[in-house]
Design a protein around this ligand. Structure first.
Ligand code: DON
Length: 564
């Protein structure tokens, strides 16, 4: 009996020890590699990038290969029919940014989405042939390659050709995603794109995209000409004619991506290299970090509500500025240095009350001191120290839902990022005015925020995300999580997110982000909340003090880190 009791109490003790250790949370750590890494939205694309790095390609080579691979395995956002931005820090600490954003077609005009009474025709800028800007992705890949690539071009495109030609197996989620998209594809494409619509998809089915494989071969063999002239251009023009679109052969021929000075700012002892106009993303994170430098923030339970209040108040002011002042600088004089000046930011925050929410209605854009839900992001670092942040998009999921017949790729619906009528919100609820009106050749204002950070002159972090208007605030939060809240890369990416943007006047938050104390403290200050699904899918890489790399692949999607 005594012996049985002893045995029982031993078992209880072991049980207790086990349950205690089970309660202790494992630290969240992402993939750690010694030399090089890719983090992207799809495991197959990350593998393609990692293989390029392994055979001696640099980060730019890998980024190009990943971009083409995503166009095949992640067609809702990865693309050749869309556009995006590269921010690059090369191994010698030179900074580059490439704008391969779509452009307004030459026949586009300010009122093209309005009826005869001047009212917005719902969905006209979102679905169908008129929703597309002139694609920039292929020109962007070629421009980046010409300046910074090192392996033969054909080797960077071939993996995507193989994936399209041989197909790849769908997960249950991917199958469901295609099934959901079928109706739109059939409604908006001029010819039923049977590669997506031919069946009800299920887990384990292999998606083969033969037309896309042929288009990729043309790009592999002819670079820019494989897309902007020859058969692909003819297919696009024919698709436009059949569907009542306005992109012409001339639009395609004239499209050019543009190297621009990256936007550079500092926060404490960090340097931030990010995307300037036509993206608002870089300006937004620099305005927010510049304002926050004056405040002490903490994620201790007692102080966290103050951080969320401060962040929301910054967001309200910055998104009001976005609506009034931010656009394509080739068409509108964006007052970049004014918007980032310390004096302006301080002045803008004079109405900040640590105890009360400022109503958005009372916030206008700042007085300048002198008037002078689909995208994808991936991050790459190679063993030589080159770093690439790339965000690329069709805009909404599956873009315009127009698949170019014969060429097999999806066209963007980026025209909705223009201000289609002053005061009319775009699909992400952000407002715009005169600055971002539609003009032929102009780039529509973006929120995409591919960003690279340095600390003490050394590469520190590569970061970015999809998420429409939530992109800059997600990037901001991940940066703050690492710099101010001492999180590792994966932990910073996993942490729950909040978002606010002037209008609508709410704080949205992910499930699990809010607790009672936070909610009651913020409510007492006058904030209103709405719970929503996942905010963004951040893919980032952190260089750790010992020189190794930690990946942060967003668990909100299938995002994956790969490297060695
Ligand atoms: O350029 C932009 O800001 C938008 N077209 C991005 C769209 C986006 O992130 C959708 N993804 N969730």
């Amino acid at each position: 009996m005594n012996c049985l009791l002893k045995k029982l109490s031993l078992l209880v003790l072991i049980g207790l020890i086990l349950s205690c250790s089970a309660e202790k949370e494992e630290p969240v750590i992402g993939l750690i590699t010694e030399k090089a890494m890719v983090v992207s939205a799809h495991p197959l694309a990350s593998e393609v990038g990692s293989a390029i790095l392994k055979k001696g390609g640099n980060a730019i080579d890998a980024a190009i290969a990943v971009h083409f691979a995503l166009a095949v395995v992640y067609p809702e956002a990865g693309n050749i029919g869309g556009g995006g931005f590269f921010v690059i820090r090369d191994k010698d600490a030179n900074y580059h940014s490439l704008d391969f954003r779509e452009r307004g077609p030459l026949n586009s005009h300010q009122d093209m989405y309005l009826d005869e009474n001047g009212e917005v025709i719902e969905r006209k800028s979102i679905k169908g042939h008129l929703a597309s800007g002139v694609p920039g992705a292929v020109d962007g890949m070629v421009k980046a390659f010409d300046k910074l690539g090192s392996l033969p071009w054909t080797e960077l495109v071939q993996p995507a050709v193989d994936l399209a030609e041989n197909g790849f197996e769908l997960t249950a989620d991917e199958a469901a995603k295609f099934n959901r998209a079928v109706e739109n594809f059939q409604t908006y494409s001029s010819i039923d794109p049977v590669q997506f619509t031919g069946k009800t998809w299920k887990e384990g089915d292999v998606l083969v995209q033969s037309q896309l494989a042929e288009t990729l071969k043309l790009i592999r063999d002819n670079m820019r000409e494989g897309f902007y002239s020859g058969p692909t251009a003819a297919f696009i023009a024919a698709e436009m004619e059949r569907g009542g679109g306005i992109i012409t052969l001339e639009d395609l021929e004239k499209y050019e991506s543009t190297w621009r000075e990256p936007l550079i700012g500092n926060y404490k002892d960090y340097k931030i290299i990010t995307m300037g106009p036509p993206s608002s993303g870089g300006l937004i994170i620099l305005q927010m970090l510049g304002t926050m430098e004056e405040y002490q923030v903490s994620n201790d339970k007692g102080k966290y509500p103050d951080y969320i209040h401060l962040k929301t108040e910054m967001e309200r002011r910055v998104y009001a500025d976005r609506a009034a002042y931010m656009a394509d600088m080739d068409y509108y004089p964006v007052p970049v240095s004014d918007l980032l000046s310390k004096e302006y930011l301080k002045d803008r925050f004079l109405t900040f009350d640590p105890e009360r929410a400022t109503s958005s209605a009372s916030i206008q854009e700042g007085k300048l001191l002198s008037m002078s839900e689909e995208t994808t992001h991936f991050s790459v670092i190679d063993s030589m120290g080159n770093a690439v942040a790339c965000t690329t998009t069709l805009n909404g999921g599956m873009g315009s839902s127009v698949v170019v017949d014969g060429a097999g790729f999806i066209l963007n619906n980026e025209m909705d990022d223009f201000s289609i009528k002053p005061g009319h919100p775009n699909m992400f609820g952000v407002l715009g005015g005169e600055a971002n009106k539609i003009e032929p050749g102009k780039r529509m204002l973006s929120s995409m925020t591919p960003t690279i950070l340095e600390k003490g002159g050394e590469l520190f972090m590569v970061v970015g995300t999809p998420g429409g208007s939530t992109i800059p605030t997600s990037v901001f939060q991940v940066i703050v999580n690492v710099i101010e809240f001492d999180m590792g890369m994966q932990e910073a990416v996993n942490a729950k997110r909040f978002h606010s943007q002037w209008q609508p006047e709410v704080i949205s938050y992910e499930e699990g982000a809010m607790d009672e104390r936070l909610q009651s403290t913020l409510e007492a200050k006058g904030h209103v909340f709405v719970e929503r699904g996942g905010i963004g899918r951040v893919d980032a890489i952190l260089k750790l003090p010992d020189g190794t790399l930690e990946g942060g692949a967003d668990p909100r999607g299938m995002d994956t880190a790969a490297g060695f």
